[in-house]
Write a protein that binds this ligand. Sequence first.
Ligand code: DC
Length: 221
Amino acid sequence: MKQIAIDGPAGAGKSTIAKAVSKELQFVYIDTGAMYRAIGLYVLRNNVSKDDEENVVKLAKSCDVTISYENGEQVVSLNGENVNGFIRTPEVGEYASAISVFKEVREKLVYLQQELAKTTNVVMDGRDIGSKVLPDATLKVYLDADVNVRAKRRYDELTLKGEKVDLKELTEEMKARDYRDMHRDNSPLVRVPDAKYVDSSYMTPEEVKDRIIELYREADK
Ligand code: DC
């Protein structure tokens, strides 16, 4: 199977690009962040503190997170409920980052992700794809962008949805989330030596997609 692993910090454009690349190559796109977000949402709904490891792990082990596809769109289900409409808020992002530090939460999701990649060609994005989930990926990309650019993108995305957010606050939250994702003990976000570095700060999504397709063609020769 062919695998493209895209890792990077929040707001670097991973999901937009991964979607576009998978469409062009006719691979299946797997958004692993959405799986952590589904568990984050479950913890939030159960009024459990995101730092309470024992209870977070209990909830994570007891819930059912699945990925399926409807009309080409990824649907994330939590105990059978489509939760796509609930997982994209900054609060759920914060919960996802916090609960993703726990080893047993990661083990459950890494296993599911590896199973998904066994049967089909995939583009998978996240934080530990090149380092842990798909260490033998055909192509590994580290997609980066300046933090101010990333925060502005997230700001535009949320404002467009009608949400009221403060750009400065969003930038600070993003920095804190990146710090935690990069410094946790279990599978932190790292730039693995065999990953191609792409800085999307001043590139259009189309340019980034084309660059990654080009890198893939070179890697797959
Ligand atoms: O990519 P995202 O913003 O949807 O991810 C939400 C959080 O989930 C992120 O802050 C850290 C965690 N995550 C992870 O630990 N490993 C992944 N492969 C994907 C996401």
